[in-house]
Design a protein around this ligand. Structure first.
Ligand SMILES: NC(=O)c1ccc[n+]([C@@H]2O[C@H](COP(=O)([O-])OP(=O)(O)OC[C@H]3O[C@@H](n4cnc5c(N)ncnc54)[C@H](O)[C@@H]3O)[C@@H](O)[C@H]2O)c1
Ligand SMILES: [Fe+2]
Length: 384
């Protein structure tokens, strides 16, 4: 029986140069638009074209560029204060997942007045948000189409706010904005997107649905065919646009069929050792795939030719091993670190990582195979 729900952003505008079409969305954002981004994105010259498209016609623009990677609560509070002080009528988020996640929360909190501390978790938001448009400059998180914002709370923990109200009014995918993304960030964020598709496809969620599974396969085709080109020839506009599309499709997939143990084990690595989100995922991915293989053999075999077309004629067993080992080799092909020790994590740190991973219950419940504390420790040990 096909019983499920599927929600996504109502409008997607895609194509190289489409940032100019922000002007079409201007009236929706009102006369006082707050632009949210980070210094790296500003330095890359990506915010100015957005401001140019939004300017004119009497619209006033205020810019908050204080977002940092894995944004802490204090950044959200500062951006909300700016929005309220400015009297923002709409919010534009432009940047990687960090900037988009902050923009989503600012659009909500500046209007609803809710306390951030009260809305962590699934379905705890009660208020409305300001009009919101999101423009990704990494092809990774898919945040532009997910009902999720991830915030770093305290020193080490990450928490998510999950509510359909966080889906934006529109998302713009312009490959011109990702041309200057450095190879290591392109690689890590691209693997993050692949993990979204894989985990959505195999999610144990009751809402794992045929729309998400279809999108996940197409996402893996696009990401698999283009990730190496985008990393090695960053100026290849077609590969960059395909990566943005793949990341967005993966985002739509996992927004409705949520991610699981790869993300649950990746978050503590980012929280404790400030390893970027995509790289944290990449470091544990093959080990979680091996752990899950007993439950996901058919699913992984089905996904294998999407990323590795040469596996199309292969039998089930060969597809399964080709999928896992192919993904284990991918970071090497993309010049990413492969082991936890390569990113400065000491072996003594592994038990604490395992304990922290067990707190990611929102994600662990979606894993196709239950993960115990000793399982998590074993996966980190293998990844070390
Ligand atoms: N909301 C969601 O659904 C969701 C999903 C997965 C991850 N996340 C969160 O997203 C965050 C990670 O986002 P991310 O991986 O996109 O990275 P990011 O937003 O943290 O950006 C990483 C770095 O890349 C730079 N950068 C971004 N675009 C650039 C460009 N085009 N050119 C040059 N430099 C550029 C930024 O300045 C920054 O220094 C984490 O906080 C993670 O938890 C959210
Ligand atoms: Fe992710």
């Amino acid at each position: 029986m096909y019983a499920f729900t599927f929600a996504t952003a109502p409008q997607i505008i895609a194509g190289p140069g489409c940032i100019a079409r922000l002007s079409e969305l201007k009236t929706r954002l009102g006369s006082r638009i707050l632009v949210i981004s980070d210094e790296g994105v500003v330095k890359a010259g990506l915010v100015q074209p957005a401001i140019t498209s939004l300017s004119g016609g009497g619209a006033e623009i205020s810019i908050f560029t204080g977002v940092v990677a894995d944004p802490p609560e204090a950044i959200v509070h500062a951006a909300v204060a700016q929005a309220v002080g400015f009297g923002a009528t709409g919010v534009l988020g432009i940047g990687g997942g960090s900037s988009l996640d902050v923009a989503k929360l600012v659009a909500l909190l500046a209007k609803s007045g809710e306390a951030l501390g009260n809305i962590y978790g699934v379905g705890n938001v009660t208020g409305q948000r300001l009009p919101l448009v999101l423009v990704p400059t990494t092809a990774g998180t898919g945040s532009e189409v997910t009902p999720i914002s991830i915030v770093t709370t305290g020193a080490h923990q990450k928490k998510g706010v999950v509510s359909p109200i966080l889906l934006p009014d529109a998302a713009l995918l312009d490959a011109n904005l990702t041309i200057g993304l450095p190879p290591a960030v392109t690689a890590a964020t691209g693997i993050d997107a692949m993990v979204h598709a894989i985990e959505a496809f195999t999610s144990a969620s009751a809402n794992n649905n045929p729309v998400s599974r279809t999108l996940a396969k197409e996402a893996l085709r696009l990401l698999g065919a283009n990730i190496e080109i985008a990393v090695k020839t960053g100026t290849d506009l077609a590969a960059r646009q395909a990566m943005l599309l793949g990341a967005m499709l993966a985002g739509q997939a996992f927004a409705n069929s949520p991610v699981a143990a790869v993300h649950a084990l990746a978050y503590p690595i980012g929280g404790h050792y400030h390893v970027p989100h995509g790289l944290s995922n990449s470091l544990v991915l093959p080990h979680v795939l091996r752990f899950n293989a007993s439950e996901c053999g058919d699913a992984y075999a089905e996904l294998a030719p999407c990323i590795f077309p040469h596996l199309e004629p292969a039998g089930q067993a060969e597809r399964l091993s080709g999928f896992i080992e192919g993904l284990a080799m991918l970071p090497m092909r993309l010049n990413l670190p492969v082991r936890l020790r390569d990113v400065g994590i000491p072996r003594e740190g592994l038990p604490l990582l395992a304990q922290s991973a067990m707190e990611q219950t929102r994600l662990l419940v979606n894993n196709p195979r239950p993960v115990s504390l000793s399982d998590a420790a074993g996966i980190y040990e293998a990844a070390w």
